[in-house]
Design a protein around this ligand. Structure first.
Ligand SMILES: Nc1nc2c(ncn2[C@@H]2O[C@H](COP(=O)(O)OP(=O)(O)O)[C@@H](O)[C@H]2O)c(=O)[nH]1
Ligand SMILES: [Mg+2]
Length: 439
């Protein structure tokens, strides 16, 4: 971990400037070797003018920033070289550094060092990734909030409560003679557990809703062939993406896109019409439809208003009964019927959009409130929840608090792992490899 690493932090494309980042104990030493002034003479947090030289030849005229550890992003010495933004000149400067013995950084390695050196907790490191990837305002606000440590603020009170209880149980067991420590009993621990379970469940529920806001609600459009599913899909995304014909069974592959409505983002999937068919390709499409339907959190079922519902549609309706869904009558230009009337042919889907907004009207969350941000964090919170449930069961079975404390300890560790305060190296490597080079 002590070697010095470098990477180009800006996109590899022609631009006004490019930045090469160097981090490690010997960052200043290495950059000095290719710079025509003495960087060791400059103060920390300064930007310095000079030339990159090789064999007495000027390679580029540059600005070099110096950040001395621990007051840097990685907590190590960091040097940033601002070159003129040509691809060749930037790569040449990087190559010169590597030739001196600097190692090429792995994707995300700067952030990983920041984490390992205690500059950020794991949720903050993840927030940097989310910040770069954010594609809507709420996602961006959430990322900034976790970058500022909101996940730690959210979990720390709970983590401390649990740790306190475990500690007291252990003192009770190890030092029964201490009479200035409170003696815990199952009667005292049980209401605490009940409270933690409620709190943790609320944290998880909120995180699930936040995830929907960032990634979109998984939505499928289903119905019989030719009712106008693809036409509605195209009208919603305002683009001619799915093929529309009057031939039944046109759509086979799943066609996907996102739409942002006032209250919700939908990750929308247009599907093959569900029906019995001899066509092998269409059968595969129908299989995909069933799989997408099983995964979906929201279903838009399309009916053809110009004809009566058939038996298959009645059956389909019962199939989606337990899911969040809307039933839409399309082809209202031919026959105005039903609660939600649309005419995809005329790009008139406003009633559907209104109905969706209404259905998700309580979906708008306050991004100022702390929340968990991704599957990893939610998964660990669920793990903690399971251990607390186990603890509760142990109490119900009349087990010793000593045994209950084991489950509490597992739940505690799962919550600490969310923050990366206990961690596994292999998981860390996978996590940071998702980052861009130079981050
Ligand atoms: N009159 C009318 N025809 C429509 C409407 N929506 C779709 N169609 C027609 O219905 C046929 C099937 O449409 P398509 O979107 O491919 O249906 P899908 O098989 O359910 O995806 C096409 O000929 C469309 O032009 C509508 O609102 N009104
Ligand atoms: Mg279609």
């Amino acid at each position: 971990m002590n070697d010095t690493i470098a990477a180009i932090a800006t996109p590899l494309a022609q631009g006004a400037i490019s930045i090469i980042k160097v981090s490690g104990e010997d960052a200043i030493y290495y950059v000095n070797k290719i710079f025509d002034r003495d960087l060791t003479q400059f103060d920390r947090n300064t930007i310095n003018y000079g030339n990159i030289i090789h064999n007495n030849e000027i390679i580029d005229e540059v600005m070099v920033s110096i950040f001395k550890g621990p007051h840097s992003f990685t907590r190590e010495d960091v040097v940033e070289i601002n070159t003129h933004g040509g691809v060749l000149v930037t790569q040449t400067v990087l190559t010169l550094l590597l030739a001196q013995g600097v190692r090429m950084a792995n994707p995300g390695e700067f952030t990983q060092r920041g984490y390992l050196n205690g500059r950020l907790d794991l949720t903050q490191a993840e927030a940097i990734h989310d910040l770069i990837e954010a594609n809507n305002n709420q996602g961006l606000k959430l990322a900034v909030s976790s970058l500022k440590g909101s996940v730690k603020r959210l979990l720390d009170p709970l983590i401390e409560d649990v740790l306190d209880t475990i500690a007291v149980i252990e003192v009770n067991i190890d030092y029964p003679e201490y009479d200035d420590v409170e003696i815990l009993s199952s009667e005292i621990v049980k209401p605490r557990l009940d409270k933690w379970l409620i709190e943790l469940q609320a944290i998880i529920d909120r995180a699930e809703r936040t995830k929907e806001i960032k990634d979109g609600v998984k939505t499928v459009i289903i119905g019989e062939p030719n009712v106008g599913k693809s036409s509605i899909f195209n009208a919603l995304i305002e683009q001619d993406k799915a093929i529309v014909t009057n031939i039944a069974g046109t759509t086979r592959d799943l066609v996907e896109d996102k739409i942002r409505l006032e209250n919700v983002t939908l990750a929308l999937v247009d599907t093959a019409g569900l029906r019995d068919t001899e066509d092998v390709i269409e059968q595969i499409g129908i299989e995909k439809t069933r799989a997408a339907l099983a995964e979906a959190d929201f279903v838009i079922m399309v009916l053809d208003a110009s004809r009566d519902m058939n038996a298959a549609e009645v059956e389909l309706q019962t199939l989606i009964q337990d899911k969040k869904h809307l039933i839409v009558h399309n082809k209202s230009d031919l026959n105005a019927e039903g609660l939600i009337q649309v005419s995809a042919l005329n790009n008139d889907v406003s009633q559907l959009e209104e109905a969706i907004n209404k259905l998700f009207s309580d979906n708008v969350i306050d991004v100022k409130v702390e929340t968990l941000n991704n599957e990893r964090q939610i998964g660990l919170a669920l793990k903690a929840l399971n251990h607390f449930n186990d603890a509760l069961n142990s109490i119900a079975l009349g087990m010793e608090l000593e045994l209950v404390a084991i489950d509490l300890g597992e739940g505690y560790m799962a919550m600490k792992e969310i923050l990366g305060e206990v961690s596994r190296d292999d998981l860390l490597d996978t996590l940071f490899s998702k980052f861009c080079l130079g981050k």
